[in-house]
Design a protein around this ligand. Sequence first.
Ligand code: GDP
Ligand code: MN
Length: 381
Amino acid sequence: MNIHEYQAKELLRAEGVPIPPGRVATSAAEAEAIAKELGGTVVIKAQVHTGGRGKAGGVKLAKAGEARATAEKIIGMQINGLTVHQVLVTPAADIATEAYVGIILDRASRKPVFMVSPAGGIDIEEVAHSTPEKIRKMPIDTRFGLLPYQAMELGFFLFPDDVKKARAAAKIMGQLYTAFMKNGCSLAEINPLVVTPAGDVLALDAKMTVDDNELDRHPELVALRDETAEEPSEVMARNANLTFIKLDGDVGCVVNGAGLAMATMDLVKYYGGDPANFLDIGGSSNPEKVVNALKIITSDPNVKAILFNIFGGITRTDDVANGIVTATKQNPLKVPIVIRLTGTNEEIAMKILTENGFSASSDMDEAVQKAVALAKGGKAA
Ligand code: GDP
Ligand code: MN
């Protein structure tokens, strides 16, 4: 689960990270009122779940009297396909240097890994790509946490000639680590971590991603979810208890089981197609799940063909067949559908489908090839 910058900043402030104050506004008038209260030059920042807001024009300085006009430009704008509904208004800090400090949960080492760089502010991916020597990585043993000597090592990597700044940065890294662990994060980053001309070290931007699997343990974090900032199809799927991830292709996939879903996506790619999504309807599929799955997939205008791939075990293929029949009676399909099912109650399922005008096969290769061809606008092989 992604949360907004202003929410991440609240979680980091709670651990003591020095962050300028600020409040969110949903209208230009509100932004103006906050700016007046803060006084002086402010920064108005789009609150959307994506990076690169600065480059896209979603982070702007506004002198006294300019806040309203600036907020008006930012609220409603699109950044990476997401609409800006709210802005953070915060006093502008003077910046001498910008550094990057982040923690990601690294699957390979199965540890949280610190990544820090004195070349912050811009795309850290670009720094990693062209000047990898400017990034220091450090895996953390969660039994001990970030030890003081490790924090100082990272602090000195950012500020080699300045023990005061290195100490300040080390302290912030400890606080970031605490926030990361306490809130079940898979990512927490501060970019930029700035030094002001007066020598203060401050966090000006924050990003945190909470591992969805941690949400049961953190009911207080569930309240931070902003569904208006998420992909609508993913919201729909979550509320229907389906595992769904939207992708950019045109073959809509409905599969039972995550492993088969991955294999199906691989096969779609293998035959020259592009999956429009990952969708796992789960083990015990009742017809209702299939109805919801089809609703979600057909709401994506990119989908040119739908591919069902069901391996019946606990999942009864006749349940799935009934789901397909019910769903398409409610909302007749506008795109072709290819159905592959095999396993539990296969004969019954095939009978239900053919009686209702569908054709189905039990061969996965054949079904995938057919769906790819149909998505391309060609005839099924
Ligand atoms: P991002 O582009 O989505 O990562 O948004 P950021 O919050 O990181 O802002 C992008 C850039 O705007 C930063 O790297 C800074 O250079 C600049 N910026 C953000 N806040 C301030 C501020 O308070 N004062 C000044 N002068 N620049 C700022
Ligand atoms: Mn940033």
